[in-house]
Write a protein that binds this ligand. Structure first.
Ligand code: FE
Length: 210
């Protein structure tokens, strides 16, 4: 299907990628292999629904609703499904809570297991051998490289995701967000904070990586 391009480690999407997708889509529809609305649905899901935005909604709900948070920590898969997020690579979810004493971070030492329904597709660094090995051996140093300097008194727990269990971090609610709506809170929740290599953003700081 893809003779013309050399899909190596290009940092940016190919400029003609949209045209290629359109051409492929037209071909498949023409051959009667797929229906137009099926293509639209998939494209829309990846654009709008699947991605760190789903996870951010889960976190914001947990911040404002203690009962929901309780359910989330007890049975994450079911609590996440309550908000309508479920499916492939998210069948067995565990959410771990950051506190003043404990900081959690997630890795897949074996490959790149990641909770797709809440976080979308994994970032490149998550799949890199350096992160996968060093997160376990020297988590504090790795976090420092991400710009997160943790107090020595704060214990770091590293969770190894697998095909059987996929972890997501519930970051701490930032200070100064007392009166904020759930929707505004969700904007403070970054993908990195749900992997555990960052804290959630404080108000006034724009969301990155979402
Ligand atoms: Fe994996």
């Amino acid at each position: 299907m893809d003779k013309g391009s050399t899909h190596g480690h290009h940092p940016q999407p190919l400029p003609d990628v949209a045209l290629r997708v359109k051409a492929l889509e037209a071909l498949l529809i023409d051959k009667g292999l797929i229906a137009t609305d099926a293509v639209d649905k998939v494209a829309e899901a990846y654009e709008k629904d699947i991605g760190p935005l789903n996870g951010a909604k889960v976190v914001a709900r947990a911040w404002v609703d203690p009962a929901y948070k309780g359910r989330l920590l007890k049975d994450a898969t079911a609590a996440i499904a309550e908000l309508g997020f479920s499916g492939m690579q998210g069948e067995h979810m565990v959410v771990v809570e950051n506190t003043d004493k404990v900081h959690n971070m997630v890795v897949c030492t074996l490959c790149s297991c990641y909770p797709w329904p809440v976080l979308g597709l994994p970032p490149v660094w998550y799949k890199a051998p350096a992160y996968r090995s060093r997160a376990v051996i020297e988590p504090r140093a790795v976090l420092r490289e991400f710009g997160l300097e943790l107090d020595d008194t704060r214990e770091i727990r590293v969770w190894d995701s697998s095909a059987e269990l996929r972890y997501m971090v519930l970051p701490r609610r930032p200070a100064g967000t007392g009166g904020m709506s759930e929707q505004r809170l969700a904007k403070l929740v970054t993908r990195e904070s749900m992997i555990g290599v960052a804290e959630a953003n404080t108000p006034g700081k724009a969301r990155k990586g979402a």
